[in-house]
Design a protein around this ligand. Structure first.
Ligand code: SAH
Length: 216
């Protein structure tokens, strides 16, 4: 019942992909938030998950996933697992999902939550996601759930040709959730999906400012 309402909210936000809407209906969000916030799970709002981190509102997560244009055969890299709600949706849509989280206890919660939801085909790795996961590259899609002034170079390098990358990019006016595509070995900025608030991406390869060719 409640995931159905969330799916309707997501549809109203402009997401029409039936596979994605079905994934939302099939994924009880209350399994992916701390138990004390379970009653807030049906609402389209961020929920605290510890360490000062939130799980994003489902309509935002859905718009980011929608922009990845995943096929059932896709291999996906996610940076910032949190409690695993977005990971769960990705796991329902793609063949294989690798997700990197820097906080070990959040990763442990995510693994338990994904198992409780019966999801397979997912590997949650503890570490610095700005380095990507070179041993599993290339990825058909990369989604980053924390903001930085630009795309960490390893993530662009590990994206497959014609693959899509979605990430919030910090600007003077706020975080702009941006969709990139890799063409002829270069990362092209294609469009801004929407403005949103994100926690910062903290890692070794976080650029201090956007590369020149992503400014235009
Ligand atoms: N996508 C999830 C969680 C978003 S919160 C959801 O919406 O449900 C962002 C997460 O990114 C936090 O859990 C934070 O710890 C993580 N994070 C920030 N920088 C990171 C990095 N360099 N590598 C891996 N995870 C990182």
């Amino acid at each position: 019942m409640k995931p159905d309402l969330l799916a309707e909210i997501v549809r109203q936000a402009g997401v029409s992909d039936p596979r994605l809407l079905a994934a939302i209906r099939a994924t009880p969000r209350d399994l992916f938030v701390p138990p004390r916030y379970a009653e807030r799970a049906p609402f389209d709002e961020p929920i605290p998950i510890g360490h000062g981190q939130p799980t994003s509102q489902p309509s935002l997560i859905a718009q980011m996933i929608d922009a990845l244009r995943l096929t059932e055969e896709a291999t996906v890299l996610e940076i910032g697992t949190g409690y695993g709600y977005q990971t769960a949706l990705l796991a329902r849509l793609a063949r294989r999902v690798y997700s990197v989280e820097r906080h070990p206890d959040l990763a442990a919660h995510a693994r338990a939550n994904l198992a409780a939801a019966g999801l397979t085909g997912v590997e949650v790795v503890v570490g610095d996601g700005t380095a990507g996961l070179p041993r599993y590259a290339p990825f058909d899609a990369v989604v980053v759930s924390a903001a930085a002034p630009g795309v960490p170079a390893p993530l662009a390098e590990q994206l497959a040709e014609d693959g899509r990358l979605v990430m919030p990019i910090q600007t003077e006016t706020g975080d702009m959730v941006t969709q990139f595509t890799r063409r002829h070995g270069h990362l092209l900025r294609e469009r801004v999906l929407l403005p949103a608030y994100f926690v910062p991406l903290i890692g070794r390869y976080t650029p201090e400012s956007p590369p020149r060719d992503l400014n235009g």
